[in-house]
Design a protein around this ligand. Sequence first.
Ligand SMILES: [Zn+2]
Ligand SMILES: [Zn+2]
Length: 137
Amino acid sequence: MADENSTASGGCLCGKIRFEVQGDPVGAGYCHCRSCRKQTGAPLAAFAVFRTDQVTWISGERARYESSPGVFRSFCPVCGSTLALEAVYGGVDLTEFHISALDEPDAFPPNEHTHYKEKIPWLHVADDLKKYPGSMM
Ligand SMILES: [Zn+2]
Ligand SMILES: [Zn+2]
């Protein structure tokens, strides 16, 4: 498991965008909200959440789409890979990486579900993680 000094790397499918994160994530979880589902095209999204000051963008220029005021969804303009949700929550500047944008997602197991009330009915979730009807906050 990661510690304060550990570094994890990540990037998009084509390799144009690369980034590094320093230290442990502040959280990791699934999101069932419609915006995440639309952006990914997947039935749900999973994130590893870092403070933005833990993040270094190494190469490439990511594109950002403002999906709601102050909430930016970043992606690779070449291959379209979803990268992160970037927003300030509770006064903290966060970069929530889509979990498979990280090179080793095994290291960041999700520990909750958010926006569970928006879950697609045919998706059956068998884990014992906390399920928040909306956001955690
Ligand atoms: Zn790319
Ligand atoms: Zn979401």
